[in-house]
Design a protein around this ligand. Sequence first.
Ligand SMILES: N[C@@H](CCC(=O)N[C@@H](CS)C(=O)NCC(=O)O)C(=O)O
Length: 217
Amino acid sequence: MSYTLYNFFRSSASWRVRIALGWKRLEYRYVPVHLVKDGGGQHSPEHRARNPMAQVPVLEWEEGGQKRQLAQSLAILELLEARHPSPPLLPKDPYLAGRARMLAEIVNAGIQPFQNLTTLAKVRALGGDDRAFARDFIAAGLSAYEASASDVAGHFSVGDAPSFADVCLVPQLNAARRFGVDLGPFARLVAIEAHCAQLPAFAAAHADNQIDTEGKP
Ligand SMILES: N[C@@H](CCC(=O)N[C@@H](CS)C(=O)NCC(=O)O)C(=O)O
């Protein structure tokens, strides 16, 4: 199966999919969609045709002579898990798999939308402080994440193997730092991030290591 990923180096939702593809040792074609330059490639008619939400990531592949496209990183993770179950990114136990999905949704639905470019532009347009707005939601969401993981975490968010939860957590912690969130209270999450960083799939997916990465010395 040959995959193409429309994505952006700094996009946390794109980063999740890059981790999953790497973890499952799936090669893919990386197509950058710059979210800022020239008004944002996500708003182009070609990209809107791929994803009417005008967001990255979008995964594309050919199947039975037909082009298939899928947006929403968690839907993409589910697809990859179903098609390429080994190595897994969900615990075998259905309850623990549910807990991993729950943590992933805390990030996906409870944090990331509040730091998204479009949201922050709207906050600025309404006269608000966009960074303070994002920071508060990120800190509150990470607090909930840490509390929700406390009884299941091991080296990773759920036990001792990486899951959807960690795939979402790692890019989110990077974003937290960009927005100036104090990670002091989140020592457990930072320790999980350090365990993830040892894994080649997580290292390769990092925003600093992509073909469209900007701002490297
Ligand atoms: N829930 C979506 C979120 C996608 C999303 O918000 N992507 C951001 C980058 S992380 C984006 O494309 N933003 C463009 C914009 O706001 O204009 C997913 O998981 O794929």
